[in-house]
Design a protein around this ligand. Structure first.
Ligand code: ATP
Ligand code: MG
Length: 322
């Protein structure tokens, strides 16, 4: 497993819908191979990971969802901010049953609604707690993958503890914030950016990389997801784009295959032109991403519904990445 071998906390962000959850799952599987224990933390209350491992909704807490080659395992931890707040208060203030009462009264909801920063602190606090456990402890993980909020909110999310630390000058919240920032900014963490080879996600990746670096957060790889295979040679792509494909030759090949429907060669040539335009666009976006000077990993667009089989094939690709 060569994907960022020194990293313990892998934060996966990117524009909405680019494949953060899918990539987080694939990365966890890749990292777990060869006997490592990996945890994926989910903080947006979406339960998007469980179905990828063939599971229904998972409880707050850590649930093993799959075993992988060489004795590795992947667990998923959906973090519920309400439960995290109760646990947190209980840990420092020994609320006992009072915590349950607070929850019933809706106090937790109230607190996390008026102070959304606090909500983020609680979520990231749970992730930190799992990431800093030492080997030898029962639920130790070799790596933690965070299926994080999208690029537009990531710096705010990861920096929430910094903001809260400004207010809480002393006490457990302050200590907690310092530990979180030390972990996030340390060399055992990396923020990976998932993108598509399309204008908007690429722009968001470039902007996001700038904001993360500005906040002192270490960047990992750019994961280019849903890459369309290129089916034609360079020369044919150029010809297709310019509408100069030899229709007679295409027609002859079709006829050899028993396809003699009139106009079929023209339909195919139009599709080839469209394909050539997309390939050219992908190439342009690739160049823009290359300027970021980060490791780039490409994952193919898979034709089928994404399931554990797909996730493990995407994991193969991540495992091969430098
Ligand atoms: N390589 C791929 N090939 C084909 N489909 C994919 C691939 N990666 C992800 N998808 C599909 O794209 C959709 C979005 O993926 P996913 O949910 O992982 O994105 P996300 O960034 O986590 O989205 P959100 O911002 O809503 O959390 C899903 O339907 C998923 O199955
Ligand atoms: Mg998601």
């Amino acid at each position: 497993m060569a994907f960022f071998p020194g990293t313990r906390l892998h934060v996966v962000t990117g524009k909405g819908g680019t494949g953060k959850t899918t990539v987080a799952a694939a990365l966890a599987v890749a990292l777990s191979r060869g006997g490592r224990r990996v945890l994926i933390a989910e903080v947006e209350g979406r339960q998007g990971l469980a179905p990828l491992f063939g599971r229904g909704p998972l409880p707050h807490g850590e649930t093993e969802v799959t075993r992988t080659e060489g004795g590795g395992s992947v667990s998923v931890m959906p973090v519920d901010p309400e439960r995290a707040l109760i646990e947190y208060l209980d840990l420092f203030y020994h609320l006992g049953r009072a915590g349950k009462v607070l929850q019933k009264m809706g106090a937790v909801d109230f607190v996390t609604t008026i102070a959304p920063g606090l909500r983020d602190v609680l979520l990231i606090g749970k992730v930190k707690e799992a990431a800093v456990r030492r080997s030898g402890s029962g639920r130790y993980y070799d790596a933690v993958v965070l299926d994080a909020p999208p690029t537009g909110r990531i710096v705010r999310f990861l920096g929430a503890t910094d903001e809260v630390a400004q207010i809480a000058k002393v006490g457990p919240i302050r200590t907690q914030s310092e530990q979180v920032m030390a972990l996030l900014r340390g060399d055992e963490s990396a923020v990976h950016l998932v993108t598509l080879l399309e204008e908007m996600p690429v722009q968001e990746t470039i902007d996001g990389a700038g904001h993360l670096t500005g906040a002192g957060l270490p960047l990992g790889a750019v994961v280019v997801n849903k890459v369309r295979p290129e089916r034609l040679t360079k020369a044919d792509l150029t010809r297709a784009a310019q509408g100069r494909l030899d229709l007679d030759a295409v027609g002859a090949t079709l006829a050899e295959a028993g396809l003699t429907e009139p106009g079929l060669a023209k339909v195919l040539a139009d599709e080839a032109a469209e394909h050539a335009r997309r390939v050219a666009l992908q190439q342009q976006e690739r160049r823009e991403l290359a300027d970021l000077d980060l490791p780039l990993v490409e994952l193919p667009l898979v034709p089928e519904t994404v399931d554990l089989g797909t996730v493990s094939r995407l994991a193969d690709r991540l495992g091969e990445a430098p």
